[in-house]
Design a protein around this ligand. Structure first.
Ligand code: ADP
Ligand code: MG
Length: 263
């Protein structure tokens, strides 16, 4: 059984991509097979795993809009995760898909075609609530929302949850919100915890523990083409992602909630 997780937040810079790369590497350490899908035309995930998009002849764009077989495009990375890479061409996919019937289901179709090859498929969403994010949510079993715990960070959460609600209503009634992952977390202040508690209460969201600490080590990892789990094995950040990944494994084993399985 494949568990498909969308990592989404329309705000940029909240550590979506860093979380996808780090959780992917942590799940590989736990013995799981993992496919990461770069759904952001900026291709930051692809870059950060050591692949230069300019060197690629085919990418996720060809899979989503031209019917190219994902298995022919997926590459293996030094981190041990498989990657369906993106290039800037993906920016056109939004427009190309806009007029396409069934566009919300394109990512789901790709994952279904892969059968049970992977234990986990993790989708790195772009910083918008456009076609690609909706297609990712349509394909997902769960959505994880990285959140930087600052005073104004809740402003987009309601909008994201509205989109999740629409997806549940129209394209994926089984989608579950797995919760927020606190990122860029400054544990020295009470402020971050207060913001986190307020957001989780206001929107009735679970918090996936532990918060990922803000540390300079993260700036170094992408340049090395590896996740922080390899570049700073014993750093607080790497340990936090390992623990969060173990909690996601437990979350994936939880029976589905009544609310979302009700037909
Ligand atoms: P997003 O995908 O949401 O736009 P990124 O994962 O690209 O966000 O992260 C944005 C920036 O923050 C990157 O430069 C990344 O290296 C940095 N970053 C991510 N997590 C941390 C952290 N825990 N501590 C310090 N810097 C971080
Ligand atoms: Mg990103």
């Amino acid at each position: 059984m494949t568990t498909t997780l969308a990592v989404a937040n329309q705000k940029g810079g909240v550590a979506k991509t860093t979380s996808v790369a780090s959780l992917g590497a942590a799940l590989v350490e736990l013995g799981h097979s993992v496919l990461l899908v770069d759904l952001d035309p900026q291709a930051c995930l692809t870059f950060s795993l050591g692949i230069d998009p300019e060197d690629l002849e085919t990418s996720v764009h060809h899979v989503l809009t031209r019917g190219v077989d994902a298995a022919d495009v997926i590459i293996s990375t030094e981190d041990g995760v498989a990657l369906l890479p993106a290039t800037i061409e993906l920016a056109r996919a939004e427009a190309d898909l806009l007029t396409r019937t069934g566009r919300e289901h394109v990512v789901k179709g790709v994952i279904e075609d892969l059968g049970d090859t992977y234990d986990w498929v993790i989708l790195d969403c772009p910083p918008s609530l456009g076609v690609l994010t909706v297609a990712a949510l349509t394909a997902a079993d769960g959505v994880l929302v990285p959140l930087q715990c600052e005073t104004l960070s809740h402003r987009g959460v309601g909008q994201l949850l509205d989109t999740v609600h629409d997806v549940r209503r129209f394209t994926n009634r089984d989608l579950e919100v797995w919760g927020v992952l606190p990122t860029l977390y400054d544990g020295r202040t009470n402020h971050a915890r207060t913001v986190l508690d307020t957001i989780s209460e206001t929107y009735d969201l679970e918090v996936v523990e532990p918060p990922i600490p803000k540390t300079i080590k993260f700036a170094e990892a992408p340049a090395a083409g590896r996740s922080i789990l390899a570049t700073s094995r014993n750093s607080k950040g790497a340990k936090a992602y390992r623990e969060a990944a173990a909690n996601l494994v437990l979350r994936s084993q939880r029976p589905r909630s009544r609310q979302t399985t009700k037909r």
